[in-house]
Design a protein around this ligand. Structure first.
Ligand SMILES: [Cu+2]
Length: 138
């Protein structure tokens, strides 16, 4: 599933890029169905920073999830572990892929109704981008 979601410019925070691309764009967004018993979903996407300054996403919020963490999976001696990371860094003009076995969102405490999922991405207290998507079959 290829989903191109919108990003919007916050005029006070960001000048739009000269060619009018949105400063922050999320593509290929996948939110997995919560596994029975596990009560959490994973989120994968590609995030692109079209602006001229590096970005650090420090917080993700959703009305559909009580708690969201940014995780990184590392494999040491064949053992995979995931741990929360304080920020998702996206270099100026670059992009970062969140995928299985790597960085991902961990979405906990899901609401009963997950027919639409909204996610708000923040750098500290500044809202950078909001998206709306749907659960994907895992
Ligand atoms: Cu995780």
């Amino acid at each position: 599933m290829r989903t191109l979601l919108y990003a919007f410019c916050l005029p006070i925070l960001f000048a739009c890029t000269p060619d009018n691309r949105a400063p922050v764009v999320l593509e290929d967004v996948v939110i997995t169905e919560p596994r029975p018993g596990a009560n959490m979903s994973a989120g994968y996407f590609t995030i692109s920073n079209n602006g001229g300054e590096p970005l650090a996403i420090t917080r993700v919020e959703s009305p559909q999830f009580g708690k969201i963490e940014i995780h990184e999976t590392t494999t040491i001696d064949g053992v995979s572990r995931m741990r929360p990371i304080p920020a998702l860094e996206v270099p100026a003009g670059g992009s970062v892929v969140l995928e299985r076995g790597g960085k991902h969102l961990m979405l906990m405490q899901p609401a009963a109704d997950l027919s639409r999922i909204s996610l708000d991405f923040y750098a500290a207290d500044e809202l950078l981008v909001s998206i709306t998507t749907e659960i994907a079959a895992d």
